[in-house]
Design a protein around this ligand. Structure first.
Ligand code: MRU
Length: 347
């Protein structure tokens, strides 16, 4: 059983597990300001698209909770400033932006005179966002079961578990439920360079749950598929474009290509909130560029000669044609995604 939590609201304090320290140490931080939450997001204390949505919502709830003003217009202004800070934290996961939009929509449409009432509505909406994420995870896990045979050898990239969401996770949630239902699961865990979310976080979660696993370097997936029967690859998503192109952790596209070449089904897994129909295709998805040092150093030790250029995109886009199906909390989308995603999102 897991005995940790990823993020929690506790009487005007946001508590977060510092994922940068795992698996070495379990350390929690308390935040009382939205600016601290925005900083924690950009520093990746918390990460994973659905968890970022919850963190952003709680960040705005902190602003409402601690505001000293007695004027509704002032609180609306404070919320606008906090929203701008959060919007500048990380650009790719759409969940962060939809959470902000939902809360700012409440503020914008609020026509009452009482600050306490607006404050209450903002905090209530933030709690709702977290609760919805919990429910979505369980539905995704159920829809995903049809793709997991009773004995399954799987490959997973990055971390999509409890550390990335408010509950059991998305792609990892599918795997965990399969294991809990008695299926014989083994997971090859991509280490996920450069921040090692697979090796540090996914392996940590799977170990606690007793799910058999083997960590591989990202570049080993071709060899592993060539020499083992792999039943499926399951990955998460940060943003799904209207045509089914999917942005996810860097290396996902490579894994999809290798899976395609070996005829291994490749599933992208995430909540409907990750579908962004305003984005026509993957070219329009903003891709976060992270600091060079994430690639150039391991544990503060340089692994690249000084002065050599580094390119560190945090995400890539897997073209829809390499994705066998997109598993969501409202059902499964199959190609052609243009119509199936629209139906799931608006149906
Ligand atoms: O940079 P990260 O760790 O935030 O990237 C996380 C991923 O790419 C996940 O696969 C995605 O957010 C889905 S998490 C359920």
């Amino acid at each position: 059983m897991t005995e940790y939590f990823t993020i929690r609201w506790e009487n005007g304090i946001v508590q977060m597990l510092d994922q940068r320290m795992l698996p070495e140490k379990v350390v929690y931080h308390d935040y009382s300001k939205c600016s601290e939450v925005a900083h924690a997001i950009s520093e990746m204390v918390i990460r994973g698209a659905p968890a970022l949505g919850v963190a952003a919502a709680y960040g705005l709830a902190l602003t409402a909770y601690h505001s000293q003003t007695s004027r509704v217009s002032d609180l609306k202004e404070e919320l606008l400033q906090s929203a701008a800070e959060l919007q500048n934290s990380r650009p790719t996961a759409v969940n962060l932006f939809t959470a902000i939009e939902r809360i700012m929509g409440i503020a914008q449409h609020f026509s009452g005179m009482e600050v306490m009432q607006l404050r209450g509505e903002v905090i209530h909406e933030a709690m709702k966002i977290a609760e919805e994420d919990r429910k979505m995870n369980l539905k995704i896990a159920q829809y995903g079961q049809q793709f997991i045979p009773d004995q399954a050898n799987l490959i997973h990239h990055c971390n999509t578990g409890a550390l990335a969401t408010a509950s059991i996770g998305t792609a990892l949630g599918v795997i965990i439920l399969a294991h809990n239902r008695g299926k014989k699961i083994h997971v090859f865990v991509d280490e996920t360079r450069p921040r090692l979310q697979g090796a540090r976080l996914t392996a940590w979660e799977l170990k606690q749950l007793g799910i058999p696993q083997t960590v591989i370097v990202d570049g080993a997936s071709g060899y592993v598929m060539e020499n083992n029967r792999i039943d499926a690859c399951l990955v998460g998503c940060d943003r799904i474009a209207a045509n089914g192109d999917v942005a996810n952790k860097i290396g996902t596209y490579n894994l999809a290509l290798v899976a395609y070449a070996h005829g291994v089904p490749f599933y992208s897994v995430g909540p409907v909130t990750s579908i962004d129909l305003s984005i026509k295709d993957g070219n329009e998805i903003p891709i976060e560029q992270r600091p060079d040092d994430e690639v150039a150093f391991i544990n503060e030790r340089a692994i690249i000669p000084d002065g050599v250029k580094v390119f560190n995109p945090a995400f890539d886009v897997t073209p829809a044609k390499y994705i066998s199906a997109i598993i969501t909390d409202r059902g499964v989308a199959f190609p052609p995604y243009q119509t199936s995603l629209y139906k799931l999102k608006n149906g």
